[in-house]
Design a protein around this ligand. Sequence first.
Ligand SMILES: Cc1cc2nc3c(=O)[nH]c(=O)nc-3n(C[C@H](O)[C@H](O)[C@H](O)COP(=O)(O)OP(=O)(O)OC[C@H]3O[C@@H](n4cnc5c(N)ncnc54)[C@H](O)[C@@H]3O)c2cc1C
Length: 370
Amino acid sequence: MKTPSTPSCYDIIIVGLGPAGATLARLLSPRFKILAIDKKPGGAQGGFKKPCGGLLAPDAQNVLARFGLTLPSHVLVSPQIFAVRTIDTTTRLIRYYQRFYLNLDRDRFDRWLISLIPPRVEVRQDACFKSLARNAGGAGYDVTYHQGGADFTVSAKHVVGADGASSAVRGALYGARQNIRHYVAIQQWFRDEHAGPFYSCVFDPDTTDCYAWGLSKNGHFIFGGAFPPKNCRARFERLKERMRQFGFRLGEPLKTEACMVLRPSGLFDCRAGRAGGFLLGEAAGFISPSSLEGISYAMASALTLGKILNGNSRAPNRVYFLRTIPIRLRLFIKNLKIPFMYFKPLRRLVMATGIHSIDMATAPGSISEQ
Ligand SMILES: Cc1cc2nc3c(=O)[nH]c(=O)nc-3n(C[C@H](O)[C@H](O)[C@H](O)COP(=O)(O)OP(=O)(O)OC[C@H]3O[C@@H](n4cnc5c(N)ncnc54)[C@H](O)[C@@H]3O)c2cc1C
């Protein structure tokens, strides 16, 4: 076991530099000695990229506004889309709803957030968290990570798991009690061969009790969905076939991406952390169970924890649990929306009445139902 040449004792170790971890690393006080690690390689392009729709929802825009941050143009992609075409494959009902998302390059967004981390934070990319253990005095943690072919063990008073849906930190803190309802998200990238770009949301209860999406992005078309783990690939292929009947042009895939996505189902499904260990963003289960929007919750939970740690709270775990209750309540309210989106008779009623939908003068693209 090697130790790094720099001192190996930190106040805070952050695992994961997605929107949650990168935001926390930017916000923590200069008085802390911080190590932030991520398994993604740094530098130019290439390597692992988070599978994502790359849509920045109004709630996420609101958090950026609270930070006083403005998005650089290189993070945006073309086109910006203002309506979502919602398709119910069973009733064949189709409705358009206005949406206010920003269409982003997700990898560039993550890299931009990392670029905002001040140099005083020690950032190690291409560094994979392996394990953690309470240290001898019980006052902190020994954290082992792997980088450049070697294992390193460092210690810290606090460990923050911002390592996403499959969080290994959550596993280490909670063991078998960590379980949160999860799905497998699969998406493929195609050359966009539709007559015009569009964004679509698909409900197909035969393949999933969650939902699927289609989205034009920089000349590509992304088609994906969140599926129950059992037979997820077969379900995805079946849905692709069905969507061809709805005019989706899904030729040879250029790229296939898959990962776990969480879908918290109750008030107590999320895990905020314990005993000096904290969980942020999707590692904590903070993601909308209705839309799978998670960037806003990732940044909002980082803001909450940043304030608590900067404020030197004497019981930071308890305070973080209490101050993330509003997030849990928002997720709970999203759960209340679920029957109207996912329970067939209610969805049919909502779509048939056309409530909140918009009348399209011209339907985008060439995806008229066939
Ligand atoms: C297919 C799909 C589409 C989605 N589309 C949208 C969307 O359009 N809009 C939206 O708001 N949300 C979307 N979401 C949800 C959103 O992507 C997540 O909720 C959000 O990324 C959570 O941010 P995070 O920082 O908590 O975790 P992540 O973004 O997952 O970041 C975790 C980081 O931890 C790192 N990491 C993981 N394991 C380790 C380890 N062992 N060691 C070191 N580093 C590690 C990873 O490299 C990564 O950088 C989508 C999710 C999926 C799966």
